[in-house]
Ligand binder design. Structure first.
Ligand code: SAH
Length: 243
């Protein structure tokens, strides 16, 4: 009887240890993947901003994608996050963050929270992040995820990004992660003097624009061809919800 008990105890201990080992080695494998992603997809393509590289190393992208896609989280591509939306390719997240010249004291507005990944990268660098998502299930899950991860400097709002977030404007930088067909005027008006907006513009052939607010007027520069999901209006969002 004693023998049986001893064997059962040994088995339980072994299972627990092996289980923990598996979790530990899974975490290590993800960490290796992150290092490789940053080196091969981001540094090698010319991203040099230390703050951006450190943030990209810190935020675990596999925690922002659906469970069935975790093993693909560090691949060089966008991934589906449900409701017809995607989490951006890691290089594009790094590129936009560097282009917006995000500083440690900055207040940032993001349009298109999606999974919350870009917001987490921004939260590692800047002081306050305000992010707006038009689809309720995505806004709710991103808010919960960011809270559980301990980000206290991110506010997620369910709403229409075309309106910006007047209550907290003006912003040092605005990052738009869905593509409108034209530069949204209201968002331009919520930039500080000297503030930067990075926004993909267009329907089929999209270009990423860097818009800078000067003392008088704005400068606009096309910086990269890109492919983002469209920035939609509330009536279209209702149709997506109704599906
Ligand atoms: N930044 C996200 C990726 C966003 S994909 C991430 O890191 O995961 C683009 C997101 O923009 C989608 O979630 C989409 O629902 C949202 N979106 C589209 N139009 C919008 C609008 N008018 N206002 C706010 N969010 C919008």
């Amino acid at each position: 009887m004693k023998k049986v008990f001893f064997c059962a105890l040994l088995c339980a201990l072994l299972t627990a240890t092996l289980g923990n080992l598996c979790v530990a080695s899974e975490k290590e494998a993800f960490m290796l993947n992150i290092q490789r992603m940053v080196e091969e997809q981001i540094e090698r393509r010319g991203i040099t901003d230390r703050g951006v590289l450190d943030a990209m190393r810190k935020v675990e992208r596999h925690l922002f994608v659906p469970a069935y896609l975790r093993n693909a989280a560090y691949e060089d591509r966008p991934l589906p996050i449900g409701h017809g939306q995607t989490i951006s390719q890691p290089y594009i997240v790094a590129y936009m963050t560097q282009a917006a010249r995000v500083g440690s004291n900055d207040r940032i507005l993001e349009i298109g929270t999606g999974s919350g990944y870009q917001a987490a990268v921004l939260a590692e660098i800047a002081k306050e992040i305000y992010t707006i998502e038009i689809l309720q299930p995505l806004a709710d899950s991103a808010r919960l995820r960011l809270e559980e991860m301990g980000y206290k400097n991110v506010k997620v709002k369910l709403g229409d990004g075309y309106k910006g977030w007047r209550e907290y404007a003006p912003f040092d930088a605005i990052i738009v992660t869905a593509a409108p067909s034209e530069i949204p005027e209201e968002l331009m008006s919520q930039l500080k003097i000297g503030g930067r907006m990075v926004v993909p513009i267009g329907i089929f052939n999209q270009e990423l624009y860097l818009i800078t607010r000067a003392e008088s007027g704005f400068t606009k520069e096309a910086i990269l061809p890109v492919a983002f999901v469209p920035m939609i209006h509330p009536s279209e969002a209702d149709k997506i919800k109704g599906k």
